[in-house]
Design a protein around this ligand. Sequence first.
Ligand code: AR6
Length: 171
Amino acid sequence: MSAQLQAIQADITTLTVDAIVNAANPSLLGGGGVSGAILRAGGAELIEACRRLGSCDSGDAKLTPGYRLPARYVVHTVGPVWHGGQQQEAELLASCYRRALEVAAKAGARSLAFPSISTGIFGYPFEQAAVIAVDTVRATLPAFPTLESVVFCCFSSADLQVYTRLLEARD
Ligand code: AR6
């Protein structure tokens, strides 16, 4: 059976799923955007676990427990900074989604929620990033049959409309 893919509008820190993805920076200790919200909600132990991980390369992903979050795990990934599209941004963004799925599946997660990686502070054009997110998750999921549900967690209703359209168009 193939995994269920859906888009919702929510604050990702409130989701009761096995794992949520954090759009972090290479130090894993960034303070803004979705990453600031996740670190605040996870509490001091999550921040300490990130500190212990050290750092993370762009396109890679690393796992911690969720601590005070409702999610059991956090998969920390580092998206590319948008420089206009000629600096491997698309490849690095796709790699974030692939690696996050791999790390979550390896931890035994059955449900996973993604924010829209790189589309805030890192400046990746939203629609282009959403196409990569949907296409990459679709293409990669068959390799991880234990993942039953993947949620694209959108922060605004405009963002949700983009994902909803892409998911419908590519069904
Ligand atoms: N739940 C879901 N989505 C959210 C939330 C939330 N609570 N808050 C923001 N978003 P960003 P980036 C959306 O800037 O572009 C951090 O400081 C937001 O609307 O959080 O990958 C890191 O440490 C946008 O669509 O991440 C890095 O330094 C998306 O999440 C840097 O920002 C990503 O926006 C990473 O930048």
